[in-house]
Design a protein. Structure first.
Length: 311
């Protein structure tokens, strides 16, 4: 009697070229072969049915999703093909499931989720935020006040993970400064955090934390005192969040002013980080996450300022 030959497991993957280089696909391919797994790059311009069947789909589709939102026909077709394949093959594991990835595509959706996830946690919060889409000062003033957003604010593109433009941001000190930002945007209250960003990298139940430079503290006035006139005079600060938070960043925006001392900052508590990771994994049903956290210099509370799929 002949014994059936064990077929190798097949992982279909799709990342853009930049992600392939950063992720080390060649090393991953070699490791998969040692374990009897076949790694296949999906051609998004050809029918997936002809390239499968796949036991697992590993993807970083956020850039394609962003292009599809901008009405790119090729991206729309590719996304629909991917969705249809998943629908026809419920036995295929998808890493990560698309509903969670969709929730992280738009920052206002992400912040709504965070607000719900941590509404009963007295140590974790997401800074107040509002979506702005007009240069009408009176309308913006009303929206900002209703959302309890306070200046200075960080204005961020609504779409996250869509390439370089998703990281182009600005610290805005007054309502008129909003008109300098690319609209629509999400305006989020800026939290002083001593120029320290904690990046949590999540791989299933395992997580790692890396400490990166971040924006310095911004005060609306002299010696940290609130001054509405000073606030109105301050010029908008434009920056790219990727550049500011690089490990070797030498940006003047990350250099604390003489009155601020890093040794005065609250110490990070791994138990709080673990709670953040656990709650978000459960809420999103995802295993590959990047979570950006700052610790409020005044309250010691943990502010989640961004969440990314497959960092």
């Amino acid at each position: 009697m002949e014994h059936p030959v064990n077929k190798p497991k097949i992982i279909g993957y799709w990342f853009n070229e930049k992600k392939c280089q950063k992720f080390g696909v060649a090393e991953l391919n070699a490791e998969c072969k040692r374990r009897g797994i076949e790694l296949v790059k999906i051609d998004m311009s050809s029918p997936m049915e002809e390239q499968g069947p796949f036991d697992l789909l590993l993807h970083k589709l956020t850039a394609l999703f962003a292009q599809a939102l901008n009405h790119d026909r090729k991206a729309i077709t590719a996304i629909k093909m991917f969705e249809n394949y998943i629908g026809r093959h419920p036995e295929t594991i998808v890493m990560d499931p698309l509903p969670g990835v969709y929730r992280l595509l738009l920052r206002n959706q992400t912040y709504n989720l965070l607000k719900q996830c941590f509404k009963h946690d007295d140590k974790v919060f997401t800074p107040t935020y509002v979506e702005l889409s007009t240069t009408d000062l009176q309308h913006n003033r009303m929206l900002i006040q209703e959302a309890n957003v306070t200046f200075p604010v960080v204005c961020k593109p609504v779409t996250a993970g869509g390439g370089i433009e998703a990281h182009e941001m600005a610290v805005v000190f007054n309502e008129s400064g909003i008109s300098e930002c690319t609209l629509p945007c999400v305006a989020q209250s800026f939290i002083n955090h001593g120029a320290i960003l904690y990046k949590l990298f999540v791989l299933g139940p395992v997580w790692f934390v890396i400490v990166r430079p971040s924006l310095k503290n911004f005060y609306a006035g002299v010696d940290g005192c609130f001054d509405i006139n000073k606030l109105a005079e301050q010029e908008t600060v434009h920056f790219n969040s990727n550049n500011v938070s690089k490990a070797d960043s030498q940006s003047p925006l990350t250099q604390l002013d003489p009155g601020d001392k890093k040794e005065d900052l609250p110490k990070a508590d791994p138990a709080v980080f673990n709670r953040i990771v656990t709650n978000l994994r459960d809420a999103l049903n995802m295993d590959l996450l990047g979570i950006d956290v700052v610790i409020d210099s005044c309250t010691g509370k943990y502010g989640i300022i961004d969440v990314n799929a497959f960092p």
